[in-house]
Design a protein around this ligand. Structure first.
Ligand code: PGA
Length: 225
């Protein structure tokens, strides 16, 4: 164990109504402990972002807010887009380049690099999702999530040993100190095995983050490592 900070990030994708989002925050917020070596981030959809941030603030919950995406434009006349500047004061992190966006929205490496630049410029922490250790890591990236395509939403996670090897390779390549997380079919059953790997700095969790109780169990596995 490196004793460093562990990041546990909930990626809700296109799930949860505003009411469901707030109920989750209230439940998780009350149940988790505020620990110096633990950072928990929730990434709701845009409709819930402001209310989630407000609920966390009022409840003094040890939770941070992330957006699931950001516009590649600076703002202005871009209907349907949410600019990085608009996220300031609401989110502190933004996910960029999730594989679902790369495939469903044809998001390119150039667009991803632009988004990272815009997010970083306004002080948001860009979290870049990559499918393997060969992926481009644009300047300004604050954190990386290694998410092998086969493991996303499949119920078949990578092995902790393979994730550790890939993450070690990613870290070595950029000899800087960026945290690198694992994502893909993480559950309360396998979370600890990933978190125990010395180079894995945390987890990006989709499906298993939707259920507050299951998500709290995943967080609790950090307490024991
Ligand atoms: P999953 O999704 O946990 O449902 O596999 C992870 C992700 O896509 O970030």
């Amino acid at each position: 164990m490196d004793g460093g900070v562990k990041w546990i990030i909930a990626n809700w994708k296109s799930n949860k109504t505003l009411t469901e989002s707030i109920a989750w925050v209230e439940e998780v917020g009350h149940k988790i402990e505020n620990r110096p070596n633990l950072k928990v981030v929730v990434c709701p959809s845009f409709v819930a972002l402001g209310e989630v941030a407000h609920t966390i603030k009022v409840g003094h919950f040890p939770l941070m807010v992330g957006a699931q995406n950001v516009s590649r434009f600076e703002g202005g006349a871009h209907t349907g887009e949410v600019a990085a500047t608009q996220l300031v004061g609401v989110a502190s992190m933004v996910m960029v380049g999730h594989s679902e966006r790369r495939t469903e929205e044809d998001e390119t490496d150039d667009e991803i690099a632009l988004k990272i630049q815009l997010a970083q410029r306004v002080g948001l922490m860009p979290l870049l999702c990559v499918p393997d250790e060969e992926a481009e890591i644009p300047q300004g990236t604050a954190m990386i999530a290694y998410e092998p395509i086969f493991a996303i939403g499949s119920g078949v996670a990578d092995t902790p040993a393979d994730a550790e090897a890939k993450i070690t390779a990613i870290k070595a390549k950029f000899s800087n100190q960026l945290p690198v997380l694992y994502g893909g079919s993480v559950t309360s059953q396998n979370a600890k095995a990933f978190l125990e790997q010395p180079h894995i700095d945390g987890l990006l969790i989709g499906h298993a983050s939707l259920d507050a109780e299951e998500f709290v169990k995943i967080i609790e596995s950090v307490y024991t490592i």
